[in-house]
Design a protein around this ligand. Structure first.
Ligand code: DGL
Length: 276
């Protein structure tokens, strides 16, 4: 067991959608969050780059002696989870399996829609994992690059966000599905926009945010009880590769961390190369 800390890793603010769920359920741990904002969007990166970045951050977290890391990024999970688990000895989990399990629990028609990044969609990882659990599942996927970037910039104005979401959901117009996986951790941050547009399209859809099942999995692995007791003076340390102020201004629109002792640390990506 490590330092009584759980690590969260994403390319940017998306991982906060997973951290938010954890804040509600896990009271007896401190948290560290790595946002690789200098190298985001991961969705436009090569598989090799994403794998290397993931290995670096998992090594960085190992040095911080975390109890467990959550790769709170579907794209990094797609290309870096397996290799990270092969190299590192401490527990590392991703969001794709929990998200897939949750989608299977929900769908009745077995027709599922996925919104994710380009890299995640092209990896076919959700298709593979879902079909390994239930071969009769049908999946249609769309990638939404503008959406990730708008969220990262903190542009949450309703009309603007709905316009972007609509552009992508129009691809599903002729697809009769009952469950949608928000397969990029940025997207649950604008789940209301998804719900509004789907409603306008006359679709009744159950949304899957992989964060919930992922956090439960982490609790199981670490044997954290449901009624775990809050420890005093909880801390969250943010490690950011890009502009800390930019990250912070979007973060403040997403999550209230006033109950925590929060610190920000600048990370130089050159210092991560040793973990490759
Ligand atoms: N939030 C990430 C994901 O879940 C990736 C966003 C990006 O950097 O493209 O896939």
């Amino acid at each position: 067991m490590g330092n009584n800390v759980i690590g969260f890793y994403d390319s940017g603010v998306g991982g906060l959608s997973v951290l938010k769920v954890a804040l509600n359920k896990i009271k007896n741990k401190n948290f560290v969050f790595f946002g690789d904002t200098l190298r985001m969007p991961y969705g436009a990166r090569t598989n090799e780059e994403i794998k290397n970045y993931t290995m670096e951050v998992m090594g960085f977290f190992e040095d911080l002696d975390v109890d467990l890391s959550i790769i709170a990024c579907n794209t990094a999970t797609s290309h870096g989870l397996k290799e990270s688990n092969e190299r590192y000895k401490y527990p590392i989990i991703g969001v794709v399996e929990p998200g897939s399990e949750n989608a299977l629990e929900r769908t009745k028609t077995k027709r599922v829609a996925l919104v994710a990044t380009k890299s995640c969609v092209e990896s076919g990882v959700y298709d593979k994992v879902l079909k390994s659990m239930d071969p009769s599942i049908e999946l249609r996927s769309v990638y939404c690059p503008d959406l990730t970037l708008a969220i990262e910039r903190g542009e949450f104005e309703e009309e603007y966000m709905d316009g972007i979401v609509k552009k992508y959901l129009d691809y599903f117009e002729d697809y009769d599905f009952d469950t949608m996986i928000l397969g990029c951790t940025h997207y649950p941050l604008v789940e209301d926009s998804f719900k509004r547009i789907l409603k306008k399209q006359g679709k009744k859809v159950l949304m899957v945010d992989p964060a919930y099942k992922t956090v439960l999995d982490a609790m199981n692995i670490l044997k954290i009880e449901k009624d775990n007791q809050e420890i005093p003076n909880r801390t969250i340390d943010f490690y950011i590769t890009g502009d800390i102020n930019l990250f912070r201004s979007t973060m403040e629109k997403i999550v209230d961390l006033s109950d925590f002792k929060v610190s920000f640390h600048q990370v130089d990506i050159k210092d991560l190369e040793k973990y490759r």
